[in-house]
Design a protein around this ligand. Structure first.
Ligand SMILES: [Zn+2]
Length: 286
């Protein structure tokens, strides 16, 4: 199934006639490949402890989705049936039959990608043989992701919502231990909603991180001003809240207000503030 952000072509075509304000989401930009930016000799960071979900029992059901569109500013005067005059295909492809994960064996040493965007999830795993080239960088993060976080953290601090990195890169072995611990600590369903098995964690890419305020872990973080700030502003720095509320059936994971994925500004700007869009939907994997 393919899910696309609302098209704006109808606006472009009829805008002159209706003189309506078409402020829908920008048309999707080409995917940006989070390619390695060369090796930089930096001492390996101390490995952070695996995050733990709230010590309290998680709710058995998720709250209803917030129903926040990718852009809340869609024109009210949009024609009733824009699809009727919208082009059949947008200029940038979002999911087609060619998007399939056929990796087996040694190919699993390399993550699945769509238009250059790395996807590691329950459905798109990596083997223990995959170690990103930036694993020895600060927090094991891609240098551009780390730099983007620092810029974002400075802005958040200025706004009175200081954030830091609680967990960045995790190796296959780290993730294996983290999942095993969670399975002992929680019931299996809860563990599987918040923790990834080794090979299925985005943390293994060094393109994702868990942010926090220094105090509130897991679901408690959602109630902090930091979480509110990140939901509203992370996209300005190239990050998306990777597991939005109400999208567990698509992402495979519970709402994690703290888990950020770096995708670069071209993609994150398409997501916009307070987005409930998932990377799977964006890439046509949903
Ligand atoms: Zn995380």
């Amino acid at each position: 199934m393919t899910s696309r952000p609302p098209a704006v072509f109808a606006c472009a075509l009829i805008g002159a006639l209706l003189l309506s304000a078409c402020s829908g989401p920008a048309s999707a930009e080409p995917a940006v490949s989070p390619a390695a930016s060369g090796s930089i000799a930096v001492p390996a960071p101390t490995s952070e402890p695996a995050p733990t979900a709230s010590a309290q029992a998680e709710p058995s059901t998720e709250p209803a989705p917030p129903s926040v569109p990718a852009s809340a500013s869609a024109s009210a005067s949009r024609p009733a049936t824009p699809e009727a005059i919208a082009p059949a295909d947008p200029p940038t492809r979002r999911g087609t039959a060619s998007v399939s994960d056929d990796r087996t064996g040694k190919a699993l040493d390399t993550p699945f990608t769509v238009d250059g965007v790395v996807v590691v999830s329950k459905k798109h795993r990596v083997s223990a043989g995959y170690v990103p080239p930036w694993a020895s960088q600060p927090h094991g993060l891609h240098p551009d992701a780390y730099a983007a976080f620092q810029t974002m953290a400075a802005a958040a601090k200025k706004d009175g919502a200081p954030i830091s990195i609680r967990s960045g890169y995790r190796s296959f072995a780290d993730q294996k231990a983290s999942f095993a611990k969670a399975m002992k600590q929680y019931d299996e369903a809860t563990a599987r909603r918040y923790y990834a098995e080794a090979g299925a964690s985005e943390h293994q890419t060094g393109l994702a991180l868990d942010a926090w305020d220094g105090r509130n872990r897991g679901t408690a973080f959602a109630r902090t001003k930091q979480a509110t700030w990140l939901a509203a502003h992370a996209h300005e720095y190239g990050f998306i809240v990777r597991y939005p509320q109400g999208k567990t059936d698509i992402t495979g994971y519970a709402w994690e207000s703290w888990h950020l994925r770096w995708v670069g500004k071209e993609i994150s700007s398409t997501f916009g503030p307070n987005s409930s869009l998932t990377l799977e939907e964006y890439l046509g994997l949903a």
